[in-house]
Design a protein around this ligand. Structure first.
Ligand SMILES: [Zn+2]
Length: 338
């Protein structure tokens, strides 16, 4: 099956996070029909990672995720582009990786594996389960795919998600001196957060803060007793100094609830590839047992997760060439030959 046809076939099977069973079975059948050994690794009752290989100890693996964000958008195309959910994030990438693996196999390179995970778009649950698979310990390089505009990502920022909660004292709004406004406290804290200079990093760039949610209060004529804001901080340093800075801003004015955190990751660099740092997080922090990570894929993160998601057909083809070139550079026996 051709690259574009495989991309569209995968996209036409809905696989919003939590609903990846059908696409996993399709991939198993497709890869088995090509002659791969395929394992379904159970993640939950209805979710399986797909793990495929040609020999029993591949040193280089190509990997990405099978799930998408909602809603399902069926594939359409014109001469230049394929549109729809998963075009670049990440079903076009699955198709490009399989096509690259088949090209490598056609010239006798069988030291490769394919790992397709579930739930990357939520909590990377699939990657966490894949991390303890016995094949992991023999893997030297994991080439993960996310839309990087076909650049080799040599670093990705981390994410630190937290809630800040304030408490006040309810009172009739005509007698504010009888109460204490949780919303005004929260606004003061958030204003201080907005004027805080968090540490940056020369390699990873700027630490950025998004105040993503805010709620509080009970009615217009009541001094608000509670308020809460949710923040997502894109980390360019370890989490500790950032958490400490947030605690120093909040002090005893509110409570902090930490929701999740992943550190920024440095990835393997390969000469001769266009390289950059990306701001999004991937499965990679959850796959530490799978050797040194690399990250590259066709398409733009700026259209991923939008209703206008697309991938350029030309970029899919280029991605196949880049995956083939990367594997050739990483496989030790190939390096010795040249
Ligand atoms: Zn993705």
């Amino acid at each position: 099956m051709g690259l574009f046809e495989l991309t569209k076939s995968l996209m036409s099977i809905p696989s919003v996070s939590g609903d990846e069973k059908a696409v996993g079975l399709y991939l198993r059948d497709h890869l088995e029909s090509l002659g791969w050994t395929v394992e379904l690794q159970a993640v939950s009752e209805n979710q399986n990672n797909v793990i495929a290989y040609l020999n029993d100890s591949p040193r280089v693996w190509l990997s990405t995720h099978m799930d998408t964000v909602p809603p399902f958008i069926p594939p359409t195309e014109d001469e230049d582009k394929i549109y729809g959910r998963g075009a670049c994030d990440a079903k076009g990438i699955i198709a490009a990786q399989i096509t690259a693996a088949e090209q490598l196999r056609a010239v006798g390179i069988e030291d490769i594996g394919l790992l397709f995970t579930v739930e990357e778009e939520r909590a990377s649950t699939g990657a966490k389960v894949a991390n303890v698979h016995p094949m992991a310990t023999r893997c030297q390089f994991l080439i993960n795919g996310e839309p990087t505009d076909n650049d080799l990502a040599i670093g990705s920022k981390g994410t630190f998600r937290l809630n800040i909660r304030t408490a006040g004292k309810a009172a009739h709004s005509a007698y504010p001196e009888e109460g204490e406004s949780a919303i005004e406290k929260l606004l003061d804290i958030l204003d201080d957060i907005r004027h805080t200079r968090f540490p940056n990093d020369d390699f990873f760039g700027e630490t950025t803060v998004n105040i993503g949610t805010i709620e509080g209060g009970v009615a217009l004529n009541v001094i608000p007793p509670v308020a809460e804001a949710g923040l997502a901080i894109r980390l360019t340093t370890k989490r500790e100094p950032i958490e400490e800075a947030v605690r120093n801003v909040v002090r005893d004015r509110g409570e902090i609830e930490i929701l999740s955190a992943s550190e920024p990751v440095r990835m393997h660099e390969v000469e001769g590839f266009r390289q950059k740092v990306v701001r999004f997080t991937t499965d990679i922090p959850h796959l530490p047992n799978w050797g040194q990570p690399l990250l590259l894929g066709p398409g733009s993160i700026l259209v991923a997760h939008t209703k206008d998601e697309f991938v350029l057909k030309e970029d899919l083809g280029t991605a196949v060439d880049l995956y083939v070139a990367l594997v050739n550079r990483l496989l030790p026996h190939r390096n010795n030959e040249t």
